[in-house]
Design a protein around this ligand. Structure first.
Ligand code: NAI
Length: 264
């Protein structure tokens, strides 16, 4: 006879969504969506460590995030520094339970004007660095048989958008990486998922959209909910995927987009 264990009986609904006792590393967490991911994770009980290139920005962010936050200055494109960065974080703060690959850059140009240097710059930040950090955290998580890795991708990984060829290639490749690594990491209880934000109200997004009204209208017209997302919409989705409530979820890409990815 098959015996069925109902874990809902064992854990209260608040505890399955809790990140209490866990340490999360959020790249590019000093500003934009990454900052809000940090804020949501702290509210869910986690300790967070944010990274970025500008110490002043990180200092300010940690000041407003409070005692559960700390920072390390790091440029993710300096790939040779990454193994030491992860070692330093774990030496100082303990095991990284959750990795959020948030740092990313974009560039809007017609494909035929994108130089090899342009293309390489985007790929280095959005793809190669993501792989290096994931490998370094992944090998430690695999050894401990525990971990959750979350990639921040984009609508550009789900459908075609003009003038963002390098960005699209990088985010689509990260989507592929999630699939490949799911097969290698999940047997060791290391889950790997992606959140694909739709159009989220950040200063960068608003500036880009306001400078291009036809693009703005096109994006809004295909968003059934009829609004831009807020950065904490992404933050709470990340909390969910990192939490024990998602303990059987691996290899998925979760759009947080007000229906944009299926809008007409
Ligand atoms: P943002 O520009 O406000 O934040 C990006 C963060 O990454 C910044 O903290 C920046 O300092 C950091 N970063 C960039 N290059 C770095 C490097 N070499 N080393 C370390 N840190 C670096 O942009 P936003 O909007 O908050 O984007 C965050 C993530 O969400 C990105 O991966 C982006 O592609 C993704 N995204 C954003 C959307 C939006 O509507 N805002 C939509 C879809 C995806």
């Amino acid at each position: 006879m098959i015996s069925v264990t109902n874990s809902a009986n064992e854990e209260s609904s608040s505890s399955v969504f809790s990140l209490e006792g866990q340490l999360a590393l959020i790249t590019g967490g000093g500003s934009g969506i990454g900052f809000y991911i940090a804020q949501c994770m702290i509210q869910a009980g986690a300790k967070v460590v944010i990274t970025g290139r500008r110490e002043e920005v990180l200092k300010e962010a940690v000041k407003s995030l409070g005692a559960k936050a700390s920072y390390f200055v790091n440029d993710v494109t300096k790939l040779e520094t990454i193994p030491q960065l992860i070692a330093d974080i774990e030496d100082a703060l303990g095991p990284i339970d959750i990795l959020v690959n948030n740092a990313g850059i974009n560039m809007k140009k017609h494909a035929i004007e994108v130089t090899d240097e342009d293309f390489d710059r985007i790929i280095q930040t959005n793809l190669h660095a993501v792989f290096s950090i994931t490998r370094e955290c992944g090998k430690r998580m695999i050894a401990r048989k525990q971990g959750s890795i979350i990639m921040i991708t984009s609508m550009a990984a789900l459908y075609g958008i003009d003038r963002v060829v390098a960005y699209t290639a990088s985010k689509s490749a990260v989507g592929g990486m999630v699939k490949a690594l799911t097969t290698e990491f999940s047997p060791y209880n290391v889950r790997i998922n992606a959140v694909a934000p739709g159009f989220i109200e950040t200063p960068m997004m608003l500036t880009a959209m306001n400078g291009d009204p036809s693009r703005r209208d096109k994006a809004m017209d295909r968003t059934p909910m009829g609004t831009w997302g807020k950065p904490d919409d992404v933050g709470w989705a990340v909390v969910f995927l990192a939490s024990p409530a998602a303990k059987f979820i691996t290899g998925v890409s979760l759009p947080v987009d007000g229906g944009n990815s299926i809008g007409f």
